[in-house]
Design a protein around this ligand. Sequence first.
Ligand SMILES: C[S@@+](CC[C@H](N)C(=O)[O-])C[C@H]1O[C@@H](n2cnc3c(N)ncnc32)[C@H](O)[C@@H]1O
Length: 227
Amino acid sequence: MAAPTGGELSGYDLVVQGLIPGYASLARLSVALLAASPLAGPNGAEVLVAGCGTGAELVEAVAQRPDWRLSAIDPSKAMLSAAQQRLGPLAEGLNWLESTVEDLQGEACFDGALSVLVLQSLPDDGSKLAFLSALARCLRPGGQLVLVDLMRPALPLLEDQMAEAWLGFQRASQLRAPLALLEPLTHGAHPVGLARLTALVNAAGFGDPARVFQALDYEGFLLQRSP
Ligand SMILES: C[S@@+](CC[C@H](N)C(=O)[O-])C[C@H]1O[C@@H](n2cnc3c(N)ncnc32)[C@H](O)[C@@H]1O
């Protein structure tokens, strides 16, 4: 997806806030959830922010849990540098990784992880499973992942209404954004339903997903790596 650079950052964040219902709270909620988990709860936990983008979850993590040792991973150099600019001097305390999660070396070294709006961009052709398996591999047994993603509506009857409501949300937010920024987040996304997500996360090495929040088709799940 097209990455913003320093000066465009606030514009980018306005775009996602106008596009994604509840975006302003996603990072705060996700960090608060992980911070209450058994392994990432104690002081000094190792936490991975997968697909950190422009750094929304990192800003929240640093504010809520200054004791966490944070690793921020994203394959996009532009995204990483936008996140670094956003964090300012605090960026120095983080471990920055320009890579996909799938290419991350090392096993079971994290107490918790966050993945916000990343899985949806990967097709269900083995890519979603590879991403989730890599996340499971790098978590300690019992470590939790907060996964937030665009989902396929549970009831086909609701599909049209949800789609119309989403457009209404965008109109009410006066969303105007270049197609190159919107396309990967909308028509270029690959949402799956709950049954498929469950099969994927189980195959990857997690227990069943527990839904912890939802705004239209954006849902947040808590996953625990199987022992
Ligand atoms: C829609 S952005 C979300 C960014 C941020 N989490 C947020 O909520 O604002 C998705 C990010 O995931 C990154 N990404 C895509 N595939 C990835 C992968 N396999 N491993 C890690 N990051 C990935 C992209 O480069 C992009 O920065």
